[in-house]
Design a protein around this ligand. Sequence first.
Ligand code: 6PG
Length: 235
Amino acid sequence: MDIDLHRHPDIDAIAAAVAQRWAAIAREAVARQGAFRVALAGGNTPRALYRRLAQADYAQLPWSQTHVFFGDERCVTQDHPDSNYRMAREALLQHVPIPPDQVHAMVGQPDDPQGEARRYAERLAAEPALDLVLLGMGADGHFASLFPQTGAIDIIDRPVTAVFVSKLDAWRVSLTLPAITAADHVILMVAGTDKADTLAQALVPTSHGLPVERLIAARPTEWHVDARAAGRLES
Ligand code: 6PG
């Protein structure tokens, strides 16, 4: 378990710290290979980060050499309130000069999850490994859309999968564990009291069968957590 844990007072402090990490990783990637490839997290937690990156003090980042992918997506239209693409567009993408053909939405045809997963896998196969994957964590220990009891965490023969999440009664498209494990950097942002028990379980060697424990076991992970989510961790 190679866990790099950073504790912050609140979500805004997480956003400030991860924005600095994004900037450092982006500058290094562009210097090394002329491009920076990042997969965005969905849900609510990353919104503060995206808004922070849209601020003027990050205007000098290499946005024109940035290529944006998504770690997962709900099978909804891109203007749907639940769309991760919509959230990222409103909080960040429409505020920074990333060329539109360098933003790769994951779902365009919500009624064809399997086809979208195949198309995204082909898209990713045409690229070098991702430089950074941003993730959140659910209270059930899921990350991206690799939810418990779906079998999605066990998929190792393809980089993208469609997954039906019965407890949500919804289809998702998600990067799989191998695709995330292959990235240069993986940063998880976790905030809120509802995550405290799960985080305490995930960050100890004893397995609790949580999907995120498979990621921890597979590669180094960097965590930025707020005081509420860290409430059950040893000091
Ligand atoms: C999604 C996310 C998902 C999210 C966790 C945590 O599409 O919902 O990718 O994996 O990161 O569910 O969500 P919150 O940040 O809203 O707590």
